[in-house]
Design a protein around this ligand. Sequence first.
Ligand SMILES: [Zn+2]
Length: 251
Amino acid sequence: MSLYKTRGIVLRTHKLGESDRIITILTNYYGKIGAVAKGVRKTKSKFGSRLEPFTHVDLVLYKGRNLDIVTQAEIINAFSGIRDNFDRITYGSAMLDLVNKVSVEGERDIALYNLLLKSLDVLSRAKKNFRLLLIAFDIKLMAISGFMPKLGHCALCKKKPGAKLHFSFEWGGIICDECSPADKNSIIATPTAIETLSRLIRLPLNDIVDLDVIALVEDELYLLMRDYVGYYVQARLKSRECLSQFIAHSR
Ligand SMILES: [Zn+2]
């Protein structure tokens, strides 16, 4: 029998047939994988709630012909602090969802794995700043994915910008007022928000829980990151599509 062990975080699950589920897991060694958990929807399932989203688990899998099959699951951390609170579930789910979108099946990404694990751990214990944690998670994810935004100077002319700032998704950072016509989709950004964003990149997640950020600035950053992440996910999907077309054509 071809069995293998791995450790991972359950990103999502969906129903398969009468009583099974397909579990999507971000593993530390094999990147994202999909596996079948047989009988998991029966009340007397041997897995219990061990394969629910958020759970950090040690797994033993059987290498199947199409999908692998989970044969054992041991909880390392169920992150019950997230599951027991609706707000934490909302922001934690947004983290799982983004990781599911940007991760590639079978492609190991230990930085992404560590970022998700740390973020869930901090979120499960946080008393406040849930949304700020999500913003910090988003910007850190962009940074480790090679999309670190340029925040110190204008992404186009490289000058230190004046008080009037714009953020350009296309150019990946701030652009000054003079350069702003180069991207008609750029948005106005406040210097305080950009400064806060720089801090969120630098600060460890543990410290973000205690940060005091003005609500207006947080609102601005939330929308900015939502759109920047959306732009990035689109770009990534498109480049993956181009790559698979390229592979198909070169066969
Ligand atoms: Zn400029």
